[in-house]
Design a protein around this ligand. Sequence first.
Ligand code: ZN
Length: 184
Amino acid sequence: MHSAKSLTVQSPIELSSTQMQAWMERLIERARRFGERGEVPVSAIVLDHHGRCIGHGINQRELNNDPLGHAELMAIQQACRLRGDWRLNDCTLLVTLEPCPMCAGALVQARVGQVIFAATDPKRGAMGSTVNLATHISAHHRMTVIGGVQAEEAKEMLSSWFKQRRQRSDGTGAAPFQTDSTTC
Ligand code: ZN
């Protein structure tokens, strides 16, 4: 039997393209800042159906030596903890890069209602590029996916990070890791 919570499911917020772009610009900027600390710059947030940010994450794989340390997983976990519920049907996840198979699988498991991403990832993207787990037969709920919001800006931010990393691999290595307590 379902709990009362799951009986009062709201729809995810409908964002205008201006609102989507504004959120994405903020996420790209945040990812860029963390990229300077040595992480592949990816940033994500979860919005509830009112549009309130209830979770945020940045890629912290290097910092924590954690292969699960992707931005989307951090954002989902934070949102679920805050709500005391693992179901996020009324929520929207925004992320600067198309989710990988691990994160796309987690988004399905968390029943996230809407996913909005910026740049596509032709090599690892699992929401249309290599596979589409949102519409895969194994996906047991309906998820709206919008890709390509501020895609050029996100792509440029990522490629300049990889370019800088190549330049730093001349012996000095990437910038040392630091902690930061920024919020969404
Ligand atoms: Zn991922």
